[in-house]
Design a protein around this ligand. Structure first.
Ligand code: ATP
Ligand code: MG
Length: 137
């Protein structure tokens, strides 16, 4: 079954939006298979976003993701990777459609409240990166 890694970023946790975001994936019909609150170490943030290492915003991105606890989630279901990206909305929340998580709950690209894997391969890679064996059902 296809799986994706979804993460509520530190601003989403701090603003009390965790339940709202989980609810959207539950209502859609996907299956939650992993869930934890976690303070991300710098090295893990760098590994997770390694494809963006050359970007000018990379240092800011790493300090954002490590600025407070995140909520790590694994979700599974048919087509879950692309569907979750649709539920999340565009990277820039000002361009994200109303009705999407970023469209409804965020205004800044650098504080866009949630992450979703961009391919089934990355879904598997990221779940293996963020969860230990036995933490995912
Ligand atoms: P994510 O991977 O977090 O789900 P995404 O796939 O929509 O987001 P990416 O291109 O993978 O977007 O960028 C990863 C994250 O880096 C973005 O979600 C955002 O937090 C940050 N980011 C991307 N572009 C910029 C930018 N121009 N300025 C500041 N931060 C940025
Ligand atoms: Mg991405």
């Amino acid at each position: 079954v296809e799986e994706t890694y979804i993460m509520v970023k530190p601003d989403g946790v701090q603003r009390g939006l965790v339940g709202e975001m989980i609810s959207r994936f539950e209502k859609k019909g996907f299956k939650l298979t992993g869930l934890k609150l976690f303070q991300c170490p710098q090295e893990l943030a760098e590994e997770h976003y390694k494809d963006l290492k050359s970007k000018s915003f990379f240092p800011k991105l790493i300090s954002y993701i490590t600025s407070g606890p995140v909520v790590c989630m694994a979700w599974e279901g048919v087509g879950v990777v692309a569907s979750a990206r649709k539920l999340i909305g565009a990277t820039n929340p000002l361009q994200a459609e109303p009705g999407t998580i970023r469209g409804d709950l965020a205004v800044q690209t650098g504080r866009n409240v949630i992450h979703g894997s961009d391919s089934p391969d990355n879904g598997k890679r990221e779940i293996a990166l963020w969860f230990k064996e036995g933490e995912v059902c």
